[in-house]
Design a protein around this ligand. Sequence first.
Ligand SMILES: [Zn+2]
Length: 246
Amino acid sequence: MNIRILLTAAAAIAFTSSAMAATPQHWSYEGAGGPTHWGALSAKFAACESGMEQSPVDLTHAVKADPADIEFHWNKDADWTVVNNGHSIQANSDDAGYIVLDGKDYKLAQFHFHTPSEHAIDGKRFPMEVHFVNVADDGEFAVIGAMIEGGGDNTLFDAVMDAAPAKEGGSAEIGKEDPASLLGQKDSFFRYEGSLTTPPCSQTVVWTIMKEPLKVSDAEIKKFQGIYQMNARPLQEIGRRFILEQ
Ligand SMILES: [Zn+2]
């Protein structure tokens, strides 16, 4: 090794350690980076602590109303890449289509999973929950969730879990899949205004949670839980908000 390479290596190490020192505490689901500390980890995460419209919540005492239906224009043949992002297993696509809600378009960017479910229905949490993250041009979100339980079978869920990389940063292509096959019956749902359930906990989310749980194979649930044992934020106060139901 000549001196120039040595100097370059030394500079690289110095750069890496100073960059690491400047990195804030990584958020997580337990310990020093856990949910009760998120708001203090970074000024950008302040809403996690001070926000009055946080998610998830217990979906109970809902008001029977007529919340706007979602018009689905998801692409049945979207190409998906499954990644382990360090917080969940997530499927990303560039051509997944969009939804229309209250006259506004939201593009489907990704779906990912939590265990146990983050939302509760009348106090009950389920083994898992899927979140379909749809994003509008102005940066606002329309997230569609569904509870997941065992005792069934779902081809797309199998494909995602079979491809799920065990290591953070890993990714795998699963090819063309219809995202709607991970949502069961879409006519009955809860609707409320809330936040992202992960930092920065931005309060720019219209939530729709389907009432009908999706049934998948117990073995595939175990596969996810073998990678992430617990990645659910605790329930947040509903406060002055209303939960609508269809
Ligand atoms: Zn989520």
